[in-house]
Design a protein around this ligand. Structure first.
Ligand code: MN
Length: 439
């Protein structure tokens, strides 16, 4: 919305990093997502990198080699930081300036001969860390299909609560337990109460689930008491990642009224390590979800013609599952769902504006997540709660195993990508996590 197309989006660009030119790579030269890494097995501080093909361009090293010396000093300083917060705090002019320079450096045009490959770290040799020091985490509920599917299971007569179409619903999540892709999580223990029981009991969750979501990192943010306005909202978004909002449905069901999710969610949230900038997503912008006839229009502060016209993102998300048995037998992960982010009832800008409309300040590195991305069709539901109809319908895996909720040693893999005729495909990489037994 706030970025126009320029030469960095040109689909004819090729990189001297050969793997970046492969058709199905997530990280072509048109993407250039930012992340934080450390070389595996080395005792060193984390540093910022950019994904290109199967390599990471080391920005600190680029600075040391003088390759970024024409950039403003504060931008060079941000490139040497141990996480993305200083770069995020500078605002999107900074990531945009950097993107233009990195595109030049990685471009296959003869100049690369002088660069050498020691600026690159193979991604397989790197430990990918959290991209930012995340101060606050808020999780929305922006898919009307998810809200309706879940609502139906609990309140068949009126699945959507009266506020749903008027404001983007959210709860304040826990930032301390956000982990990068590849981190295993223990099955949480907690209090549950089955409808047949007279008193609750304590133990490992029996109804462990995932939720596929899209996360967005705050860049420059806002001062306390100064709400963000709709047509400038995306200036405050640094970029997007994939999110798995792991959910213990039994713990959640017993605890959530009247104050909302708590321990059923706070045991862990996994995010993909690469942050795809809003600028890289510019070719994939689309209109916001069109509300069916009869739905209320959003109030003025949540509404603008720009938001309606370009507030959506044509981003596909997929969830796959691989059980321990599948891993042992070398069977590929099994596709559970595929959905489009275009179908969300609320746009990123609307979520951000609503979050700050009371004056609440958002800070660089804060993470907001969209809520489960589910579509209207079969096969597009972004949680096991929906797919298994609250445990009543089992999914059959290729090994013959069945699932209603997650078993120990199951791995959940989320992928995301944007495609459009005439442009280069841009991917998000993966958001993975294995469930370990409760201790
Ligand atoms: Mn969620």
């Amino acid at each position: 919305m706030s970025h126009s197309l320029d030469r960095t989006h040109d689909p004819s660009l090729r990189s001297w990093v050969e793997t970046a030119n492969q058709k199905d790579t997530d990280f072509p030269i048109q993407n250039l997502p930012f992340g934080v890494f450390r070389e595996r097995g080395k005792a060193e501080n984390s540093r910022i990198g950019v994904a290109i093909g199967d390599r990471i361009l080391d920005l600190k090293f680029c600075c040391q080699e003088g390759l970024l010396q024409e950039l403003p000093t504060r931008l060079q300083e941000a490139c040497k930081a141990p996480n993305l917060n200083p770069l995020m705090a500078l605002g999107n002019w900074a990531s945009s300036t950097l993107r233009a320079r990195l595109s030049e450096l990685l471009l296959s045009n003869g100049q690369q001969k002088t660069l050498g490959t020691n600026l690159l770290v193979p991604m397989v040799e790197a430990e990918l860390l959290l991209p930012a020091d995340i101060g606050d985490y808020t999780d929305f509920y922006a898919s009307i299909f998810h809200a309706t599917n879940v609502g139906k299971l609990f309140r068949p007569a009126r699945p959507l609560l009266p506020n749903y179409k008027h404001l983007p619903i959210a709860y304040h999540g826990r930032a301390s337990s956000i982990v990068p892709s590849g981190t295993s999580l223990k099955r949480p223990k907690g209090q549950r109460k089955d409808s047949g029981d007279s008193i609750p009991n304590f133990g490992p969750s029996q109804l462990l689930d995932y939720e596929v979501e899209v996360g967005f990192f705050i860049g420059v943010g806002n001062q306390l008491g100064q709400p963000i306005v709709i047509d400038r909202a995306e200036e405050s978004i640094f970029g997007l990642c994939l999110v798995n909002d792991w959910s213990a449905r039994d713990i959640q069901a017993w605890e959530y009224q009247p104050l909302g999710p708590f321990l059923g969610k706070s045991f862990g949230t996994t995010i993909s390590p690469w942050v795809v900038t809003m600028e890289a997503l510019a070719p994939f912008r689309c209109s916001a979800f069109s509300r069916p006839e009869g739905d209320p229009l959003p109030l003025d502060y949540l509404s603008s013609s720009l938001n309606s016209k370009l507030g959506g993102i044509n981003l596909t998300v997929e969830v796959l599952l691989q059980s321990a048995q599948m891993r042992e037998q070398g069977i590929e992960p099994f596709l559970l769902s595929r959905a489009s982010f275009q179908e969300m009832y609320w746009t990123l800008a609307q979520m951000l504006v609503h979050h700050s409309c009371n004056g609440c300040n958002l800070r660089p590195g804060d993470l907001l997540a969209s809520g489960t991305v589910s579509g209207a069709e079969e096969g597009s539901q972004g949680s096991l709660l929906e797919i298994s109809q609250r445990g009543s319908k089992a999914i059959k895996l290729p090994t013959g195993e069945t699932r209603t909720f997650l078993a120990d040693a199951d791995e959940v893999i989320i992928r995301g990508y944007c495609e459009r005729e005439g442009f280069t495909r841009v991917g998000f990489g993966e958001c993975r996590g294995i469930i370990l037994p409760a201790r």
